[in-house]
Write a protein that binds this ligand. Structure first.
Ligand code: SF4
Length: 492
């Protein structure tokens, strides 16, 4: 029997600081380490250039804003790794692979634990993959890019001069043809997301690389659960990691023991969409605390914050995401948290010496009125009266794929709303932080785009160039629910 050896480079397409704090890179490495004939390593933006002659390059797509890094990495590594298969995974790959279809050979649509899908892609031929992962009705867990690119190729659309279609008539012809192609893709390429029904111990990455420069410090990453039991309508994580699955307390204790034994971490970072929703969170934190390490929770909900939890966590600041200022809007977006919950969380935090509060808001929801904006200001002011320092982060709502808001328009007046809030809150010495507006527009185009965006991305290098190269209104407007490009991905 031949003994094949394969080399795989796993890349986090941004800085080491974020990459080492991203559980996905550790999970991928752990998954591949099970196979004796695969050697894998994790790389970041700082060192990916050292990968040479690899058999597989796997890039985790965590954020659309990383796409320009991703394209640069792929273009460079194609030269130095001529025989490599380029594979994308992660939340953005699950949600809508079309904007990057020109750059990858395969997209993994789902979570890899409990499956050999990554191994099969690295070591197998396309026909083997089709035999294993395609049934007559549906494909499962994998998108082979050539299956879709061939459809575009035969349609002739891929040869169209994109610079021509800003003339009205050509644009119309192009988009009508594009719609029929997307229809064909949906019919022939319906792909079902894969995921493990339960999160077990077998695939958990214990021997994690830790470093004080990581986003959580020198931390061991402890995933409590995946998917979220809440129902915020703008949230993509909730939708693409459905259903919510929490790990057993006993399993988590075991992982903590092993993790602290095998790493030099001085902290345990709790990872879950909403850490304080875990019913054993208190017991778990008590257990970790006894190990004499710090605890860093990735996210807490104002309505599940308790004195006991605050006492254990010894937080220096409190982070709350009311998302909207008015109860009316919080009800509209199903952010099930009341003003009372928010103020109560601030009050009990103060009892534990916390005098800094960070608030996350969004603007640009459908049906938003000036009263809703004013209530962001008044709620923040009320909190500022209670504590010494309040920092606000506020961004436009991006209608993300697979969410109940996926077809909503991106609100271009969000910028003005954010500026109004900033001006008002400055008077109360509240700092207001927000993303560059063009980068948010680009993010919207990248998450809602289709094959055309993948073509455009061959020649643009940054968000501003992307916005100039496309008719952005096509991607920012309200979508017809029948014509949503990512409909061929079956999330549930
Ligand atoms: S609580 Fe957070 S993770 Fe859960 S649905 Fe809401 S925004 Fe998403």
């Amino acid at each position: 029997m031949q003994n094949f050896n394969y080399n795989a480079g796993i890349i986090y397409p941004n800085k080491f600081k974020g990459g080492i704090a991203c559980l996905a890179t550790h999970i991928l490495n752990e998954n591949l380490s099970k196979y004796k004939n695969i050697h894998s390593g994790v790389y970041f933006i700082e060192n990916y250039g050292t990968i040479k002659n690899s058999d597989a390059i796997i890039i985790t797509l965590q954020y659309e804003n990383d796409y320009f890094n991703v394209i640069k990495i792929v273009n460079e590594l194609k030269k130095t790794n001529p025989n490599a298969k380029f594979i994308a995974g992660g939340p953005c790959a699950i949600a809508n692979p079309l904007p990057l279809i020109n750059f990858f050979d395969y997209f993994v649509i789902g979570e890899i634990e409990g499956s050999d899908i990554m191994y099969d892609i690295i070591t197998g031929q396309d026909d083997d993959l089709r035999d294993k992962y395609y049934s007559k009705e549906q494909k499962s867990g994998i998108l082979i890019s050539s299956d879709i690119l061939d459809i575009f190729e035969t349609s002739g659309l891929s040869n169209l001069e994109l610079s021509n279609y800003d003339e009205e008539t050509q644009a119309e012809i192009y988009y009508n043809e594009l719609l029929s192609v997307i229809e064909k893709i949906k019919k022939e390429n319906s792909i079902k997301r894969i995921y493990p029904k339960k999160l077990g111990l077998e695939d958990y990455p214990i021997e994690q690389l830790t470093h004080e420069e990581g986003a959580y410090g020198k931390a061991f990453l402890l995933e409590i659960g995946r998917g979220c039991p809440r129902r915020c309508k703008f949230c993509m994580a909730k939708c693409i990691y459905y259903p919510p699955r929490y790990r057993k307390l006993e399993d988590l204790k075991y992982i903590v023991d092993e993790g602290l034994k095998h790493t030099d971490a001085d902290k345990v970072a709790l990872i879950a969409p909403s850490v304080s929703d875990y019913k054993h969170v208190l017991e778990l934190c008590q257990y970790i605390k006894e190990k004499d390490v710090k605890i860093s929770p990735s996210s807490l909900r104002a309505d599940t914050l308790t004195e006991e939890l605050l006492e254990i966590l010894e937080l220096k600041s409190l982070t709350i995401a009311p998302e909207a200022g008015s109860q009316r809007m919080r009800d509209n977006i199903y952010k099930d948290v009341s003003k009372e919950n928010i103020l109560n969380a601030v009050d009990i935090s103060k009892e534990f010496g916390i005098n800094t509060v960070k608030l996350y808001y969004m603007v640009g929801f459908k049906g938003e009125k000036s009263e809703d904006i004013n209530e962001i200001i008044s709620l923040t002011k009320e909190i500022k009266e209670k504590v010494r320092k309040v920092d606000v982060s506020i961004n436009p709502m991006i209608p993300k794929p697979h969410t109940p808001f996926e077809s909503h328009a991106f609100d271009l007046s969000s910028k003005k709303k954010i500026k109004t809030i900033e001006k008002e809150l400055k008077k109360y010495k509240v700092s207001v932080d927000y993303e560059n507006f063009n980068s948010m527009i680009a993010q919207t185009i990248l998450c809602r785009g289709d094959f055309e965006i993948s073509e455009v991305l061959k020649s643009v290098k940054n968000p501003n160039e992307l916005i100039k190269a496309v008719d952005k209104d096509i991607y920012l407007c309200e979508y017809d629910t029948e014509e949503i490009p990512w409909n061929f991905i079956q999330i549930k």
